[in-house]
Design a protein around this ligand. Structure first.
Ligand code: SAH
Ligand code: SF4
Length: 366
């Protein structure tokens, strides 16, 4: 069942103590999105070790109190009366037979979101989570962008994406916030989900990708959490970037660079610059030179992402196209000539429309 109210954890543990009475279903509180310390308070007067046990079960991806086999039956029944484990539901899954990537369709209040678990050559799984239903940033090359913005996801809706994946693959090694939406425009939901993830995962295993929200980067620099940061740069030529990514009009490159320097100074982590490569648009020698100039004084690796095709996306009246392999090779070599480290991102998940920028919920099979 889905709940109308956004889960507000701080209010919740002040008002909703674990006490007898109040068995009304509509008032059931989702326990996802609550860190161990919050569970301890919420479940008072249960002993603290119970909160840890319950957290471990939730984190393993189980969806029913009945399965919490190390809790007394009476307690399981009592919990079930007052709380629920999920406010979202798994609708379907589809696997890409070529890459092993899996895409999950998850029902939330007012719509669906898609979540992808990618697998690398060494068999490590990375979960790609969404933070908003749709996205309002309007990047011309992105399917999610073409959908427009509906709403922010709350902390429970974000962390539950991880739990749905955990239930299928209990060995998720890394988390990237590169699904639907702009994470730094939903800082409260993002921070809540990260605080729960960090109960079991190092922040080094979590990457937040942003289209370049300067205020959000500054907020992460000043107040944390100290997760890895990826900036979707795509072009370091101001005019071209503004045309491709309208967000950059209000977040110019100079201000972005200041924010990145501040983040790096504070957290000391290597930054990823993502560049979606669009055939014949941003792959010339001058584009490489601009990225090199932008990267001066920053510790970066450039992640090159050949554009994943999405129908009906245009730039200057022409349909967008993938870069040719010769174009990719030239661009990569040009960046390396400027002394930049580069990584070419394999097009994982393409077969199930689960690759970067293809999330949007209209693909075949879901
Ligand atoms: N809103 C955030 C995170 C989600 S988008 C951001 O923009 O960073 C995740 C990544 O997918 C971004 O780097 C984005 O530039 C890239 N992307 C978007 N559409 C794409 C497409 N069609 N092909 C390849 N990458 C794409
Ligand atoms: Fe939004 Fe990121 Fe897509 Fe741009 S690339 S429209 S910011 S999801």
């Amino acid at each position: 069942m889905l709940y109308a109210n956004t889960f507000a954890y701080s209010k919740l543990h002040a008002n909703e103590k674990f006490k007898k009475g109040n068995t009304n279903l509509a008032s059931k509180i989702p326990l996802s999105g609550v860190p161990v310390s919050g569970l301890e308070k919420l479940l008072t007067p249960l002993p603290k070790y119970r909160a840890k046990q319950i957290f471990a079960w939730i984190n393993s991806g189980i969806s029913s109190f009945e399965l919490m086999s190390n809790l007394p039956r009476s307690l399981r029944a009592e919990l079930d009366k007052r709380f629920c484990l999920r406010k979202t539901s798994l609708v379907s899954t589809v696997e890409d037979p070529v890459s092993g990537a899996i895409k999950l369709k998850i029902g939330i209040e007012g719509g669906f979101i898609e979540v992808v678990a990618l697998v690398d050559a060494a068999g490590r799984r990375t979960a790609c989570l969404s933070t908003q239903l749709g996205c309002g940033m309007g990047c011309v090359f992105c399917k999610t962008g073409s959908l427009g913005f509906t709403r922010d996801l709350d902390g429970s809706e974000i962390i539950e994406q991880f739990y749905h994946i955990q239930a299928l693959y209990p060995d998720i090694a890394n988390i990237v916030f590169m699904g639907m939406g702009e994470p730094l425009l939903n800082l409260s939901g993002l921070r809540q989900a990260i605080s729960v993830l960090c109960e079991t995962l190092s922040p080094r295993r979590i990457t937040v990708s942003t289209c370049g929200i300067t205020a959000g980067i500054n907020s992460l620099a000043d107040d944390g959490p100290a997760v890895r940061l990826a900036l979707s740069l795509t072009s370091a030529r101001e005019t071209l970037r503004q045309k491709l990514m309208p967000v950059s009009a209000a977040n110019p490159l100079a201000a972005l660079k200041e924010a990145l320097l501040r983040h790096q100074k504070r957290h000391g982590r290597r930054l990823t610059l993502e560049a979606v490569l669009l055939g014949a648009i941003n792959t010339g020698a001058e584009d490489a030179a601009a990225i090199a100039a932008f990267s001066q004084n920053l510790d970066v690796v450039v992640n090159l992402i050949p554009w994943n095709p999405v129908e009906n996306l245009y730039f200057n009246g022409m349909p967008l196209k993938e870069p040719s392999s010769a174009e990719l090779r030239r661009f990569c070599a040009e960046l390396e000539r400027h002394g930049l480290k580069t990584v070419m991102r394999r097009e994982k998940g393409r077969g199930i429309a689960g690759a970067c920028g293809q999330l949007g919920g209209t693909s075949a099979g879901l």
